[in-house]
Design a binder for this molecule. Structure first.
Ligand SMILES: C[S@@+](CC[C@H](N)C(=O)[O-])C[C@H]1O[C@@H](n2cnc3c(N)ncnc32)[C@H](O)[C@@H]1O
Length: 412
């Protein structure tokens, strides 16, 4: 049973995340912005996927990429399916990836389909396309995943077209609440978006255990969180205001955080208490300590390590070369010393995902930390992905100088 996942703004990160949780053989990238996932759809933990935008059920594969032929198929075969829907006005939306069609033609197809559905005495509203794809907000506001909703997604796959129906979209309201409404935020330590935090956690945990998969996913579609307790502990040794720990707690992990600054540890405690109340979680009972990651002693157990490490100064314009070199050297030293310190405290095989800084010195050209090339010497193996190259695991906006580079490691 295949599902189609529509990927977010940084598809390489989304592909690595899927591969990390479900394995490379279960994931097949389709074009630039989608992937097929070859597992039981009930087992897809969509709510914890930070890189995925839509979760769709594959309806059929069409042996054509010609829009006229696709349209003909649609108008001939889909209206009858609407007769099986509950009564009430139907909402219809269309989204397209990789096919040779423009917004106007897509709109005209929608109107023809609407007409064909109306012939069956069914009232229907077409959501107008401003772009070739409807965004999550449009899908949510127009109830396209509800009982009388229908978003049809067409994605070109070589000489064929996948036709799928959206069953869930990312919960943008909850992401906004988690990002903006927590009591303690600090622009100085940066604002890690919850979606990126989810990706980092998923890259740190690696494959979900088979026996936990069904309990993770056995939740109603409209209740994305909280997840059942997973019994494993995730450590963030640079926890700051606690965004990573928040997301890990929502996924059902025990959370353990430390930070150099006592104020940050306190912020994390307050944010986790707020999360517990807001999402009516079981008591989170986080373990939180003030500690320098380059020397701190954490108490076992630690099953995974995930962190957005020290990123250095937040540059808004291109810094002089010597300032950049000094910042990079500081960051490199702290993160390297942390990796040396934690090495003796975690069992062999423990997986880590770190967001470390890289600097965009020219458009899409980055200065990386030297430690990226010294991972093996430090006693770690780098985890690479089949569907995303190591150097594509960078999170940044085009105008940003400081990017976050994700490195995934296991202790040898
Ligand atoms: C980029 S911020 C992490 C922000 C965090 N992800 C959040 O949700 O707010 C880096 C954090 O590392 C902490 N830090 C810097 N050097 C450290 C060290 N040597 N040991 C532990 N924490 C350190 C800073 O106090 C800061 O809170």
């Amino acid at each position: 049973m295949q599902s189609l996942i529509v990927l977010g703004r940084q598809p390489a990160l989304a592909l690595a995340e899927l591969e990390s949780l479900y394995g490379a053989t279960k994931v097949r990238p389709i074009g630039n912005q989608a992937a097929l996932l070859d597992i039981d759809p009930c087992l897809v933990a969509f709510g914890r996927l930070g890189g995925a935008v839509k979760f769709c059920k594959v309806l059929t594969i069409l042996k054509t990429t010609e829009w006229r032929e696709i349209e003909r198929f649609l108008i001939k075969s889909s209206p009858e399916h609407t007769t099986r829907m509950p009564a009430g006005k139907m909402q219809l939306g269309l989204s397209v990836q990789g096919l040779d069609v423009n917004v106007r033609t897509l709109g005209a197809t929608g109107l023809s389909l609407k007409k064909a559905i109306r012939k069956l005495e069914r009232s229907v509203r077409l959501v107008p396309n401003k772009e070739l794809e409807l965004n999550s907000a449009q899908v949510i506001h127009n109830h396209l995943t509800g009982p009388t909703g229908w978003e049809l997604v067409f994605v070109r796959d070589g000489a064929e077209t996948i036709l799928a129906q959206t069953v869930r979209v990312q919960d943008i309201t909850s992401y906004t609440v988690r990002d903006r409404e927590r009591p303690k935020r600090d622009a100085r330590v940066g604002m890690l978006p919850p979606k990126l935090a989810q990706i980092i956690v998923n890259l740190a945990t690696g494959p979900l255990p088979d026996d936990k998969m069904s309990s993770i996913c056995d939740i109603p579609a409209d209740q994305i969180i909280p997840q059942p307790h997973l019994g494993q502990t995730l450590l963030d040794p640079f926890c700051g205001t606690g965004v990573l720990l928040q997301e890990a707690a929502l996924m059902g992990y025990n959370v353990y955080g430390s930070d150099l600054e006592a104020r940050m540890v306190d912020y994390t405690a307050q944010n986790l208490a707020w999360l517990e109340t807001t999402y009516r979680l079981e008591p989170i009972q986080p373990k939180l300590e003030k500690g320098d990651a380059t020397a701190h002693h954490w108490t076992a157990p630690v099953d995974f390590v995930a962190a957005e490490t020290y990123l250095g100064r937040p540059f808004t314009t291109q810094p002089p070369a010597e300032i950049l070199a000094a910042t990079a050297s500081d960051c490199n030293l702290i993160i390297k010393r942390f990796l040396q310190n934690v090495y003796g405290q975690i069992p062999a095989g423990t997986r880590l995902c770190l967001a470390i800084p890289a600097w965009q010195i020219r458009t899409n050209q980055f200065k990386h930390l030297p430690l990226v090339d010294q991972i093996s010497e430090m006693g770690y193996n780098r985890v690479s992905f089949e569907h995303a190259t190591d150097d594509s695991l960078l999170y940044y906006r085009p105008d940003q100088i400081v990017a976050r580079e994700l490195i995934i490691l296991t202790k040898r």
